[in-house]
Design a protein around this ligand. Structure first.
Ligand SMILES: [Zn+2]
Length: 417
């Protein structure tokens, strides 16, 4: 039986020279070309197992790209994974299309990447290896170091992603799950609280905001077109409508996949082993009537988050959402007046001010942390991940160490709409 692994991701920026940056960029371009070639071949031949695809696609990738052998193999495997997940979706009755590799990122494994004790990494490229510094926090207890210095966690497949002119390495770590090692119990979990809404479709307790604007704009546009088409009422008009309906669904699903991926990545990068969401029944009730679209979108988003979290070994729990929007996450004071407007939260007791969705996300997370504690003493060590540290009820706040160079720190509340 294959070993099951618990997986975590630690994100660090890389210190690369202009020349190295160009080389990495070329390598990513070749990688995408290789993955696409393999996906095309697999799609054409209805092959999706890694070994079968490797036997028919490897030579073609080596001939048509500058990828070295191990990257050609990794590319085939990535394409095989994409083809498998497409096949699974088709089997569960979804409409699917050929995987397209357009997102600029690439994978490295232990043969194409070496992390050295001096905090440097060497990456295989289409030419010479690039050796550069990992921009890790200077303190020895940054969450990245916890994994790098650990005897339990081993380096696994990692992802290189360019962003804003910089390169980030999403270092993958894994450790075998054995019978004796415990799954996160309510007492020891680190929770990421998530509030779902319409204007901000998702906000986390670490202040990561996912705007719902694009989805809403697209949906409104579609509703307008639907009105127009229904008025003309011809058969061809209805065919157009069906086509557009399918296109809108596809667009929305893609957006929701991206959002769910971002939430799960946020949980990973803050070392959370649990994501807390409000109970869906309530979310449904709390939406204005005639908002079937948003209900559908929330249900799908939760489904996608659960699926992706499960893959990362992160549990998902649902909490009773009573008062999450009206309670102060700082002092616990609960009053309707705290919620000044839809967007602004202002505690009438302690004066704390916050974006209302952000305050709600912290409450959702705290509810999950509290429900894991033993009622009389509340002695559990569950903690809530916040932007700047973790908080354990009764034990207080632990700041994260100064973390220059951590991508997560780029997430700022200014992104809130
Ligand atoms: Zn307060």
């Amino acid at each position: 039986m294959a070993t099951d692994y618990q997986r975590r991701t630690a994100i660090t920026r890389l210190d690369v020279s202009a020349k190295q940056s160009t080389l990495l960029s070329e390598t990513i371009a070749e990688w995408l070309k290789g993955c696409q070639l393999a996906a095309d071949i697999g799609w054409r031949n209805e092959v999706r197992s890694k070994s079968d695809l490797q036997s028919i696609a490897y030579d073609e990738i080596r001939e048509n790209t500058d990828l070295k052998s191990q990257h050609a193999i990794l590319g085939v495997h990535q394409a095989a994974d994409a083809l498998s997940s497409v096949a699974e979706r088709r089997e569960s009755g979804h409409e699917v299309s050929k995987p397209v590799f357009s997102s600029r990122s690439m994978q490295f494994d232990e043969r194409t990447m070496t992390v050295f004790d001096d905090g440097e990494v060497s990456l295989s490229t289409v030419s010479n290896r690039v050796r550069c510094k990992l921009r890790l926090p200077s303190e020895t207890d940054g969450y990245q170091q916890k994994f790098l210095n650990s005897d339990e966690w081993e380096l696994a497949t990692s992802t290189l992603k360019p962003r804003g002119g910089e390169y980030y390495l999403h270092l993958g770590f894994r450790k075998p799950i054995d019978e004796s090692s415990e799954e996160p119990t309510p007492e020891n979990r680190t929770v990421l609280g998530v509030d779902l809404g319409i204007e901000n479709i998702a906000v986390t307790s670490t202040a990561h905001f996912e705007s719902g604007n694009r989805l809403r704009a697209k949906h409104r546009q579609f509703e307008r077109i639907r009105g127009d088409i229904q008025r003309t009422g011809t058969r061809s008009a209805h065919l157009t409508l069906e086509q557009r309906e399918r296109r809108e669904k596809r667009y929305t699903r893609d957006e929701l996949h991206k959002i769910s991926r971002a939430i799960v990545e946020e949980a990973s990068s803050y070392g959370c082993n649990c994501i807390a969401l409000e109970d869906l029944e309530y979310i449904r009730e709390s939406l204005p009537s005639g908002k079937e679209f948003h209900q559908w979108a929330h249900r799908k988003l939760v489904e996608f988050i659960e699926y992706k979290a499960n893959e990362e070994g992160i549990s998902v729990v649902f909490v009773d959402p009573a008062y999450t929007s009206r309670q102060c996450s700082e002092c616990g004071h609960e009053a309707a007046k705290n919620r000044k407007t839809r967007q602004h939260f202002h505690c009438q007791n302690c004066g704390s001010k916050a974006n209302a969705d952000y305050n709600a996300a912290k409450n959702v997370g705290l509810a999950a942390v509290r429900c894991g504690q033993q009622p009389p003493q509340r002695t559990g060590h569950g903690q809530l991940a916040l932007k700047s540290g973790t908080v354990t009820p009764n034990e207080g706040f632990t700041p994260y160490t100064p973390s220059a160079g951590i991508e997560a720190e780029d997430t700022d509340k200014s992104r809130c709409s």
